[in-house]
Ligand binder design. Structure first.
Ligand code: HEM
Length: 504
C-alpha cells in the first residue's frame, strides 16, 4: 500500500499528528531545509508522544516487550533491519525469541503490539465482530481524503468495496487486456542491449495501465507526464513528516493532490456533459453517481468526493505494490535459473500455439499455472507489505493477553510467510511448494477477509502478461549484486534491480 499505505502508522487522534514515516529520506531532507526549528519542533512532538505512550504502556503492563530508548524507542534497529536483505524478520525473530508471539515495542513514534501466527491473523483479518479497524497513518489519511476505502470502516467500507470491487472483477478486466498486452510489448521493445532499471520500467508500465483503466489516460503525452509528476509527489508525501509547512513533502503532496483532483473534476465534467463516453472504471462509477451531500447511505451511489478519493486510493494502493511485485519476481527469476527455465517452457508453449505472434489472448492468461505459483512464491518471499496495521475497536484477548480498545496492533506477516512449519526451508525460492493448498491465514500475499486486496486480479493480469513477453524474448543479467531494500512502506530493491537484457 505506498507507500501505499501507511499500514504502519496513524495518530490515535488526528489532532496530534504524531507518526513519523518509515522512510527517513524525506525526513532528513526536510530537517536539513528547516534546520534547528524543525529539529526542536520534532523533538517536542516526539517527546509528547513518548510521554503519552508511557501512560498507555501502563495499560499494557502485562504484555511482554521493551520500549527501548527514551523518545526514539526501538526505531533505529527497526529501520535498519527493514532496509537489510532479511527485512524486519530479524527484528521480529529476536523479540519473538525473548517475549513470544505477542510483544509490545515503541517504534516510529508509537507504542504498538506486534503479533504473529494464524490465530492472530484470524482475529485481526476476519473482521469478525468488528474487533479491529484499519490503522492508517496521519499523512496518508489526509492525502487520501475522508471517503477513501482506506479511511472508512464498517457499513460505509462495505458499500464502497461493493461498488469498487465490481469494475475490478475478472470479467470487468477483460476489456483492458489488449491495452495491457500492447503496452507490455512496447515497454519491452526498448530493452535489448541497454542498462535497464527494472523497477523504473515496472513503475512506468503499472502507472500507465492503472491510469488508462481508471480514466482512459493515454500512455504518452503531456497529460500522462503531468499525471505522473503529480502522482510521484503524492506518493512520496506518504513518507514525510506530518508538517503542513510550505516546502515540506506533506505540503507538496496535498498541493499535488489538489491538482490531481482538478484534473479529475474536468474529466468528470466532460463525461457528464455527454461530450465524452469511455469504457473505463470512471464511466462505470459515474453510472452510480449521487450529487455531493445527497448520497443516501443505503443507495448504491457515489458522490464526486467519494469518486475522487477512491480513484486516488486505487492509484496509491495499486501502483507501488504491483511495481514491487513485478520487480521482485524478475529478480527472483534472475537468481533461480531452473525456475526461469521451467517458467519459460510454460510461456514458449503458449507462444507456439499462437504461431509466433505477439497476440497473447485473454484465455491464455487463465492457463498459466506455473506462473501463478511463481507469483505466489514471490509474494511470500518478498512479503511486499511486511505487516498489516490495525487498531483495536474493542477489548480483546490473544494468547492470554488483554488488548485494550484503541491499542495499535500490527500483524507481523513476514514471520507468517517464513514459518518453517508451513514453508519448509523458508529462504528457498521454491514455487512448487504452492502445488499444495495451505491452511487459511498461512499465505497472505493479498491479505484476507473484508480488507483483502480488491486489485488482486488486475495485479495478476498485469504480471502474467508482462512476464510472458519478457521470458519469451529476453535473457538478462544483473549488473549489481546488492540485496538491500528501500526504506519505504512497500518493500522494493534499493538499487532498482539494474540488468542488461539480450534478445533470445
Ligand atoms: C502485487 C500487487 C499487490 C499486492 C501484493 C497487494 C497487496 C495487498 C494487501 C496484502 C492488502 C491487504 C492489507 C491489509 O489487510 O491491511 C491490500 C489491500 C488493498 N489493495 Fe492491494 N495489492 C496489490 C495490488 C493492488 C492493485 C492493482 C490495486 C488496485 C487497483 C490494489 C488496491 C488495494 C486496496 C484499495 C486495498 C485496501 C482494501 C480495503 O481496505 O478494503 N492493490 N493489497
Amino acid at each position: 500500500m505506498p507507500a501505499v499505505r501507511g499500514r504502519g502508522w496513524r495518530s490515535d487522534d488526528d489532532a496530534l499528528p504524531a507518526q513519523p514515516p518509515l522512510s527517513s529520506g524525506n525526513y532528513l531532507a526536510e530537517m536539513a531545509i528547516f534546520g534547528a526549528p524543525a529539529l526542536v519542533a520534532l523533538a517536542l512532538v516526539f517527546g509528547l508522544v513518548w510521554l503519552r505512550s508511557r501512560s498507555s504502556s501502563k495499560e499494557m503492563r502485562d504484555i511482554p516487550g521493551t520500549m527501548g530508548w527514551p523518545v526514539i524507542g526501538e526505531t533505529v534497529s527497526f529501520i535498519s533491519d527493514f532496509s537489510s536483505p532479511a527485512g524486519i524478520l530479524s527484528f521480529m525473530r529476536d523479540r519473538q525469541k525473548r517475549f513470544g508471539k505477542v510483544f509490545k515495542t515503541y517504534v516510529l513514534g508509537r507504542i504498538t503490539v506486534f503479533m504473529t501466527g494464524r490465530e492472530a491473523a484470524k482475529i485481526l483479518l476476519s473482521g469478525k465482530d468488528g474487533v479491529v479497524s484499519l490503522n492508517l497513518f496521519y499523512t496518508g489519511k489526509q492525502v487520501l481524503g475522508p471517503t477513501s476505502l482506506l479511511t472508512t470502516n464498517g457499513e460505509e467500507h462495505k458499500k464502497l468495496r461493493r461498488l469498487i470491487g465490481e469494475p475490478l472483477s475478472i470479467d470487468a478486466l477483460k476489456k483492458y487486456f489488449d491495452f495491457i498486452n500492447e503496452l507490455a510489448v512496447q515497454t519491452l521493445d526498448t530493452w535489448h542491449g541497454r542498462r535497464v532499471l527494472v523497477l523504473e520500467e515496472a513503475s512506468s508500465f503499472t502507472l500507465k495501465v492503472i491510469a488508462n483503466m481508471l480514466i482512459s489516460l493515454e500512455p504518452e503525452g503531456e497529460e500522462q507526464q503531468k499525471f505522473r509528476a503529480n502522482f510521484k509527489v503524492i506518493s512520496s508525501s506518504f513518507a514525510s513528516l506530518p508538517l503542513k509547512l510550505p516546502g515540506t513533502a506533506f505540503h507538496r503532496g496535498l498541493k499535488a493532490r489538489n491538482r490531481m483532483y482538478e484534473m479529475l473534476d474536468s474529466v468528470i465534467a466532460r463525461r457528464r456533459e455527454g461530450g465524452e463516453v469511455r469504457n473505463d472504471f470512471l464511466q462505470t462509477l459515474l453510472g452510480k453517481h449521487a450529487k455531493d451531500g445527497s448520497a443516501d447511505d443505503t443507495a448504491d451511489k457515489l458522490t464526486d468526493s467519494q469518486l475522487k478519493d477512491n480513484i486516488l486510493t486505487l492509484l496509491v494502493a495499486g501502483h507501488d505494490t504491483t511495481t514491487a511485485g513485478l520487480t521482485w519476481l524478475i529478480k527472483f527469476l534472475g537468481e533461480n535459473p531452473e525456475v526461469l527455465e521451467k517458467l519459460r517452457e510454460e510461456h514458449l508453449e503458449i507462444k507456439e500455439k499462437l504461431n509466433g505472434t505477439a497476440h497473447l489472448r485473454w484465455s491464455d492468461v487463465s492457463n498459466m499455472p506455473y506462473t501463478n505459483k511463481v507469483m505466489n512464491e514471490t509474494l511470500r518471499r518478498a512479503t511486499i507489505l511486511p505487516w498489516f496495521s490495525r487498531k483495536a475497536a474493542q477489548d480483546f484477548s490473544i494468547d492470554g493477553y488483554e488488548i485494550k480498545k484503541g491499542t495499535s496492533v500490527n500483524l507481523d506477516v513476514v514471520s507468517i510467510h517464513h514459518d518453517p512449519a508451513v514453508f519448509a526451508d523458508p529462504e528457498r525460492f521454491d514455487p512448487d511448494r504452492f502445488e499444495q493448498t495451505f491452511k487459511p491465514y498461512s499465505f497472505l500475499g493479498f491479505g484476507s477477509g473484508p480488507r483483502m486486496c480488491p486489485g488482486m486480479s488486475l495485479a495478476r493480469l498485469e504480471i502474467c502478461v508482462f512476464i510472458h513477453h519478457l521470458v519469451c524474448r529476453y535473457s538478462w543479467k544483473p549488473l549489481e549484486d546488492d540485496s538491500s531494500v528501500q526504506p519505504t512502506l512497500v518493500r522494493m530493491p534499493k538499487n532498482k534491480y539494474p540488468i542488461i537484457a539480450t534478445t533470445l
